[in-house]
Ligand binder design. Structure first.
Ligand code: GSH
Length: 215
């Protein structure tokens, strides 16, 4: 038995969970789906109809990526991925809020683009991209302020790095023309360091073909 994780290959949210489980050495069965298609099992487990969903042995599904990470951290505390110091701990959660917020804006923008030429709202896309730029700037500032430049807090991987690394990996694949690497060279270096870890390298995102009409 064990855990099953409903995931999608491009999903930065699901990737956070995959990375954390790998870092903690927790085995799981990966169930890859396209959440935007009618065949997805996601609504069976999550009333919000989104993946990732973690299904433990007792069958009670755990959903919403930040909550899943906390759930895993509570159930599998070793190695710890949240700092002991309360302010560092809160900072790790703050980073995750920003990383997930960038993902949310990118996803909205991605689907706006799917409407096709002439049907897209340019102000809407610009609004979302402002959030992306602001979020990337915040991540870059935090990397600059970190003591090692390799991890955002202290000298080991925390949930802050898992979240930041996931969104940067998503940018690299879904938005390859975005100039963030030139604009923020330290952030690029930080991301390359994370990307070389086994848990990140083995979960790099890849696009999925979406057959159903979404927008
Ligand atoms: N806030 C959610 C976002 C998850 C999310 O947006 N997942 C996408 C796939 S990347 C999804 O399942 N979307 C389907 C939908 O919104 O109907 C989380 O952090 O888990």
């Amino acid at each position: 038995m064990g855990y099953t994780l409903i995931s999608a290959t491009p999903s930065p949210y699901a990737r956070k969970v995959r990375i954390l489980l790998a870092e903690k050495g927790v085995p799981f069965t990966l169930q890859t789906e396209v959440p935007w298609e009618s065949t997805t099992e996601t609504p069976k487990y999550n009333p919000l109809e989104k993946l990732p969903v973690l299904i433990p042995d007792d069958g009670k599904p755990v959903y919403e990526s930040h909550y899943i990470l906390e759930w895993i951290e509570a159930k599998h505390p070793d190695p710890p991925m949240l700092p002991k110091d309360i302010d560092d701990r809160l900072f790790a959660k703050q980073v995750e809020v920003v990383a997930d917020g960038i993902c949310d804006a990118l996803v909205l923008c991605f689907f706006e683009k799917q409407r096709g030429p002439g049907k897209e709202s340019e102000p809407w896309k610009a609004r979302q991209m402002r959030k992306v730029e602001g979020g990337l700037q915040a991540l870059a500032t935090w990397v600059d302020q970190s003591s090692s430049g390799k991890f955002l807090i202290g000298d080991s991987l925390t949930l802050a790095d898992v979240a930041a690394g996931s969104v940067l990996g998503y940018m690299a694949v879904r938005w390859p023309d975005h100039p963030w690497m030139n604009k923020h060279p330290q952030l690029k270096k930080y991301w390359e360091g994370l990307d070389a870890r086994e848990s990140f390298a083995s979960t790099r995102p890849s696009p999925q073909n979406i057959k159903d009409q979404i927008v």
